[in-house]
Design a protein around this ligand. Structure first.
Ligand code: TYM
Length: 320
């Protein structure tokens, strides 16, 4: 089985990225082959400052390695280091129906807000399809918000295969039910664009402040509450063992507690959970040359595979 996923370097990774996606990358890195990349070409649709983009890519690599991605087991690379993918994107673009892309949520939401969208944002799902198809990926671990894009990828692959013969492997998305959609500090999906994120490598002081500001309802302390509907409980559950979750759920149902206590528990759990990666990250940050070598090695392995698939697609459609 071949596993692939990508993550945008648009800022520091948050709990949604970790529990929805990165944790799956690490769990799946022992499959036959796994490819994980930093999607800088996608990020260019929103990050327009070259220094910021460069820094974000470096930070993303440090974060992924510190969280447990092991370059001896998984191929870690930067998207733009594999130009074959952009070429494959064009081949897919020639067969991508406008209507299909118009229905994709990133573009649709921007339009609905009356904002002007770039062609890059509009065709974003086609580049994502090229990312996936270029490595003959079987499984794509993601959070729920990316499932629509994987459906688009499958549509584009099926229509190319139908027209030109069996060129592409049909991929499947993989979400973890428990954290398919991690809530943010306001209860909406945690997302940079909503400004409601809690970052994985946030310093202790600011993290505590952000957690203490999590929005809660104003029901009286003594009221019993349904834990599953509460985003603070959902955030706590990300870190807790089954027994701890049960205990917390019982407290909710009994009532008679303040949300401040639960926030303190979320903070303590998160701080302990990420302590080891934080220490590893500090060590790695002192070795930028090592990180560059890992990415260069990953890119050369990724190019080999993407080159094979690109040639297969080019031949099939009459370009070679
Ligand atoms: P991106 O960078 O927005 O997010 C990276 C991963 O984090 C997941 N995620 C979440 N999961 C659960 N709850 C949340 N609140 C939450 N927020 C984010 C996302 O689902 C994603 O898995 N288009 C992709 C990047 C990409 C890609 C690809 C992914 C480019 N090419 C090819 C897979 C395959 C994106 O913007 O993810």
């Amino acid at each position: 089985m071949r596993v692939l996923s990508g993550i945008q370097p648009t800022g520091r990774f948050h709990w949604g990225n970790y529990f929805g996606a990165i944790r799956q990358y690490i769990a799946l890195q022992d499959e036959d082959e796994s490819y994980y990349f930093i999607a800088d070409l996608h990020a260019l649709t929103t990050v327009r400052d070259p220094e910021v983009l460069r820094q974000n890519v470096h930070d993303a690599a440090l974060d992924l390695l510190a969280l447990g991605l092991d370059p001896s087991r998984a191929t870690l690379f930067v998207q733009s280091d594999v130009p074959e993918v952009s070429e494959l994107c064009w081949l897919l673009m020639t067969g991508a129906p406008m209507g299909l892309l118009e229905r994709c949520h990133a573009y649709k939401e921007k339009k609905a807000k009356g904002l002007s969208a770039s062609a890059g944002l509009f065709t974003y799902p086609v580049l994502m399809a090229a990312d996936i198809l270029a490595y003959d990926s079987d499984v794509v671990p993601v959070g729920e918000d990316q499932m629509q894009h994987i459906e688009v990828c499958r549509d584009l692959a099926a229509s190319f295969n139908h027209h030109f013969g069996e060129v592409f492997v049909m991929p499947k998305g993989k979400v973890l039910d428990a954290s398919a959609k991690v809530p943010g500090t306001d209860g909406e999906k945690m997302s940079k664009s909503y400004g409601n994120t809690l970052e994985v490598f946030e310093e202790t002081g600011p993290l505590k402040k952000k957690i203490m500001r999590i929005v809660t309802d104003s029901r009286p302390m003594e009221d019993p509450k349904e834990p599953d509907d509460d985003h603070l409980y959902q955030l706590y559950s990300l870190f807790a063992t089954a027994a701890e979750r049960e205990e917390m759920a019982a407290l909710y149902r009994r009532g008679g507690f303040g949300y401040g206590e639960i926030k303190q528990a979320v903070f303590a759990a998160a701080d302990a959970y990420f302590a080891e990666p934080r220490a590893r990250r500090a060590e790695l940050a002192a070795q930028p040359e090592k990180v560059r070598e890992i990415l260069a090695d990953g890119a050369s392995r990724a190019r080999k595979k993407a080159g094979e698939v690109l040639r297969r697609a080019q031949e099939a459609c009459g370009l070679k």
